[in-house]
Design a protein around this ligand. Structure first.
Ligand code: ADP
Ligand code: MG
Length: 215
């Protein structure tokens, strides 16, 4: 039984603690909501608990479909026990429909369906506002090895292939989302969270609606 020890780091959405088990971390989902890379900040009651529940539900669903995730188990309303990953500083963005920065950058009408699904990579760095990377940047800076990036791409598309139809069945269109992967033993596995903070949906108002619809 892993015991909670000192805090390893605190991010915008979660606090991460080491545990008595070197390979496991204790994650606490916070009620803080941030925008503009953490510049704007507010508290939303129950957000931590909802995000923990949503992530748990989706990670468990992915595991049932054969995708390995960080998830070990839910510990409490706002806490999760997870595998401790060496996070790769490359965020993988999966886009099924054009919106936001993609529409703006390329002049594509908002809402256009993207086929094939578009993958983008961004450097995980708030101070630099998560700049976009291509594979040359990733390999030249040694952010990830070619085999690792290939594995991340394969898993990201697989995850999209599971999540998008699952959510659509509940009346939720998965427009785009962000994934973080990390190294664990000799494998690359999915970490962080899958929540309304990291996904853009249509047909949905609040986090609570999403939780009620998918739970
Ligand atoms: N399984 C994991 N093992 C180690 N670190 C993780 C894991 N999952 C997420 N993290 C890291 O925990 C930190 C806190 O998460 P979060 O609050 O979302 O941070 P951020 O403000 O960078 O978005 C992030 O740096 C994230 O990459
Ligand atoms: Mg985060």
């Amino acid at each position: 039984m892993a015991e909670k020890r000192e805090m390893l780091y605190e991010g915008k959405a979660k606090k991460v603690f080491v545990t008595s088990e070197p390979e496991l971390i204790w994650i606490e989902f916070k009620d803080d909501a941030t925008a503009f890379d953490g510049v704007k900040k507010e508290r939303i009651d129950e957000k931590g608990a909802l995000n923990n529940s949503i992530s748990t539900l989706l990670f468990e669903m992915l595991e049932r479909e054969g995708v390995e995730t960080q998830m070990v188990r839910k510990l409490s309303g706002t806490e999760m026990l997870a595998k401790k990953l060496e996070i790769i500083p490359v965020e993988v963005i999966v886009r099924n429909f054009a919106t936001g920065s993609l529409s703006k950058r390329l002049g594509i009408e908002e809402g256009k369906e993207l086929s094939p699904t578009v993958l983008e990579f961004c450097l995980k760095d708030d101070e630099l506002h998560d700049p976009m990377l291509n594979r040359y940047h990733i390999f030249a800076m040694d952010f990830a090895a070619p085999e690792e990036l290939a594995e991340m791409e394969k898993q990201a598309l697989r995850i999209n292939g599971i999540l998008a139809p699952y959510l659509l069945e509940k009346g939720i269109t998965l427009v785009d989302f962000k994934l973080e992967f990390g190294r664990y033993r000799d494998r690359i596995i999915l970490g962080d969270e899958i929540t309304p903070d990291t996904c853009r949906f249509w047909n949905t108002g609040t986090m609570f609606t999403i939780f009620l619809r998918i739970s």
